[in-house]
Design a protein around this ligand. Structure first.
Ligand SMILES: [Cu+2]
Length: 149
């Protein structure tokens, strides 16, 4: 038989291991660059603290943020054809696009924590007519998805 103290040690080891595994499994959302000049996931609903990863599965694309909550400054755009990842710590909506395909509407929307407080700021983004209609569609879809969650 193990002495009580040793049992406690084993128990706390298991708890630590469990916490570690949980942290390691914290959700990472993966978005691919596609041959159709789109992101494989146009809208991502994530929780605060989640990581989003962009995979350079097709050449000629990157990730450039064009809207973040006001408390978050625009991150530097990612390099072409490179893996990119970002942790989302502030609730709100984030809009990004691919620098060379912004005008043709290669856009993505991330909703963090189901928070749309800065939705009005999307009105101030200046885009080509095509990209503008893509953005409008994404915003409407994200809102209705959010309501049905
Ligand atoms: Cu692109």
């Amino acid at each position: 038989m193990y002495p009580f103290k040793e049992l406690l040690n084993i128990l706390s080891l298991w708890i630590a291991l469990f916490a570690f595994t949980k942290a390691a499994l914290a959700e990472a959302i993966r978005i691919e660059f596609t041959e159709f000049d789109t992101y494989s996931m146009e809208i991502a609903h994530v929780d605060v603290g989640d990581t989003v990863e962009w995979l350079p599965t097709n050449e000629g694309h990157n990730v450039e943020f064009i809207l973040t909550p006001r408390t978050v400054s625009l991150p530097k755009k990612s390099r072409m054809n490179e893996f990119h990842s970002m942790i989302f710590e502030e609730p709100g909506i984030y809009v990004y696009g691919c620098t060379p395909h912004l005008n043709t509407g290669m856009l993505g929307l991330i909703v963090v924590g189901g928070d749309f407080h800065n939705i009005e700021d999307t009105d101030e983004i200046v885009l080509s007519p095509v990209a503008q209609s893509v953005l409008n569609r994404l915003v409407m879809k994200a809102k209705s998805e959010s309501e049905s969650r």
